[in-house]
Design a binder for this molecule. Sequence first.
Ligand SMILES: [Zn+2]
Length: 391
Amino acid sequence: MTNRTTAITNIGTLVTNDPTLGEGPLGQIHNAALVIENDKIAWAGPTTKAPAADTTHDAAGRAVIPGFVDSHSHLVFAGDRTAEFNARMSGQSYSAGGIRTTVAATRAATDEALEANLKHHLAEALRQGTTTFETKSGYGLTVQDEERALRIAAAHTDEVTYLGAHIVSPDYADDPAAYVELVTGEMLDACAPHARWVDVFCEKGAFDGDQARAILTAGKAKGLLPRMHANQLSYGPGVQLAVELDAASADHCTHLTDADVDALANGNTVATLLPGAEFSTRAEWPNARRLLDAGATVALSTDCNPGSSFTSSVPFCIALAVRDMGMTPDEALWSATAGGAKALRRTDVGYLSPGARADLTFLNAPSHVHFAYRPGVPLVSEVWRRGVRNG
Ligand SMILES: [Zn+2]
């Protein structure tokens, strides 16, 4: 194969997330250029020093950032929960039980319908700058339906998560222990070949600490890596259990004790914050500032799902994080790119220094600060994935 190089020149502000290449923790370079060789970054620096390349693409002063790494979504589903959202915004509170509505619709859907819906939402995310995404099962809750969801997801991403333990299946409402047995036995055996991760919703009304430990431990024994929905709706054992089991990520982290924050600051588990969920349930925001000040690693993600956070927009989550969660624009951008990569234990995405995958998002703005400064405005003008321009 002959190597093809492309120079991207005249970048207003380039975020590399490599502090050795530029200013601050984001490694920002002004009037920058990038050289892509095949699907990887070969060079990054000032435009005036850019080496020659086969072709040149003029960024015309736009900002370029690493493509977003959305490390938490639930995109294999069918159905619609507009009515539930409307009722909630009219005064009703959210509980985990609404998931059952989506389970019924997902079970009834054809493979083709589920895949078409997944592709629709992935295309929507890509247009908004997301180049790496994770997605989960969790709306099937039978051996066959969970296996099918993961098979469909695996055709579109490597970051596939087995979430048979989303809620106790309605079929096992009278015998949750038997459902945990299924999730850690026959269902796990069927699902493990299609997934990289195992997850559990550790929450009142879903799974308690002992059940969560059993589910993640069984998944690890089958070669899956753990992550966890933890401390979303109430205080509980989830976060500390996630750190103890070396989960890559504890997701939500809305209700944290000082001991939870200490555990995250001293462990290898990323705190993934999902403000779309608090927005869509009118709930208390997670306190990003407290986590960052303690030294925890924070990721920002959409939690895109039809019930509690139906947004595929990482820029929207960044704006919320800056406005309401105490993050600076730089911290929020880092968390949505490099932070997401850490939450997926990936070293090839989330940054733009030599060797990284050439996943780039161009902004119709001079810098990423505009995500919060101009909230809701479609700033993403162009997205490249693996060195190829997508639009
Ligand atoms: Zn979730």
